[in-house]
Design a protein around this ligand. Structure first.
Ligand code: SF4
Length: 336
């Protein structure tokens, strides 16, 4: 699928995605509400690009990443991956398309079986999805270990013998085993020492170039997203409030929430860090089970207007390639 405005191929297209988790209460355990973890989210990811998704803890970014990979049954919306609609696919059909789309998790320790050797962990997807012989599998595992910078001599060791950074390399090698096109990286460096975070990010960038990968990179770390992402989506309370090319977003954030988030990022040089323009948000993030009426940021927005408490702002393109959900950018409402 090509985007006529950019002439680039869209690999992943998400439209109207909702992921609600039911809340049951009372003696009869009735359905009394929903946690609206992801609430009507739309975006495209171009082939070969990295789309960063940023937001505070609990904003729905990880749920969004998992929903895009159909690790959940969607509440509503459409997800197209490489031209195939996977939104309502059954498990059998999903299993066939899984090789195309993979995930790298935050905590590699939690998803590496402690009783399996490194070679078995990396080779497991090959056993499940290919008919490679044992020798061919071993060669493929060695190639993958080379690709992620793991010494081949480690093949028979177990996860507990590795550092956090090495375990993340194992997770990445496993994700690459079936030659995926699209990888969701869910806070892949958050659990690592600061000293090795850059190594893992550089590895992800190198692998992207080598294998032509497309990433959805989820992180609460705005500096890291600035480093790796081509475009950035900002999430707040289950919705994308702004989506823009990286440079434009960091230079000229448009949504009041993006402005507040970026103003809180410390500058390396305290002399140039403009604390006077820092926006400190008051109050807590509302519960996703009971979001405010109108704009979901209206309870904390420093620029809130009357209309914000009544109408949910449309997520619309305000400049070529720049999307914002805010009444400040709806000319017909703010004119006059
Ligand atoms: Fe603030 Fe209103 Fe814009 Fe929401 S719509 S971000 S409350 S100005």
């Amino acid at each position: 699928m090509f985007d006529n405005t950019t002439d680039r191929r869209v690999l992943v297209s998400v439209s109207g995605l909702k992921m609600y988790f039911p809340i049951f209460g009372g003696i009869l355990s009735r359905h009394v509400g929903d946690v609206k973890a992801v609430d009507d989210v739309s975006f495209d990811i171009y082939e070969g690009e990295t789309l960063g998704v940023v937001g505070e803890s609990g904003c729905g970014k990880s749920t969004c990443g998992r929903a895009v990979l159909r690790l959940y049954d969607l509440t509503a919306g459409t997800v197209m991956v490489d031209g195939t609609d996977i939104s309502t696919m059954g498990q059998g059909a999903l299993r066939k398309i899984r090789p195309v789309m993979q995930m790298v998790f935050q905590d590699p320790q939690a998803c590496l079986n402690p009783r399996m050797s490194l070679a078995d962990i990396i080779g497991e997807p090959l056993v499940e999805h290919t008919r490679l012989s044992k020798a061919e599998r071993r060669d493929r595992v060695y190639d993958l270990m080379d690709a992620v910078g793991l010494n081949r001599d480690f093949a028979n060791r177990y996860p507990h013998e590795f550092s956090g950074g090495q375990r993340q390399r194992i997770g990445i090698a496993r994700a690459l085993a079936l030659n995926p096109k699209f990888i969701v990286c869910d806070e892949p460096i958050a659990a690592l020492d600061v000293s090795i975070q850059a190594q893992v990010v550089n590895l992800l960038e190198d692998l992207q170039k080598e294998f032509g990968l497309t990433y959805l990179f989820i992180s609460h770390d705005l500096s890291m997203v600035r480093h790796i992402a081509d475009r950035v989506a900002v999430m707040y309370l289950g919705k994308i409030v702004e989506l823009a090319p990286r440079e434009g977003l960091y230079r000229d954030p448009k949504h009041p929430y993006t402005q507040a988030l970026l103003s809180a990022v410390p500058e390396p040089d305290p002399v140039t860090h403009d604390t006077a323009n820092r926006t400190v948000l008051k109050g807590d993030v509302p519960s996703p089970s009971n979001p405010p009426t109108g704009c979901n940021f209206c309870t904390r927005c420093p620029r809130v207007m009357e209309i914000c408490r009544q109408q949910d702002p449309e997520f619309r393109e305000v400049e070529p390639g720049r999307f914002v959900a805010c009444h400040l950018f709806n000319e017909s409402e703010t004119a006059g």
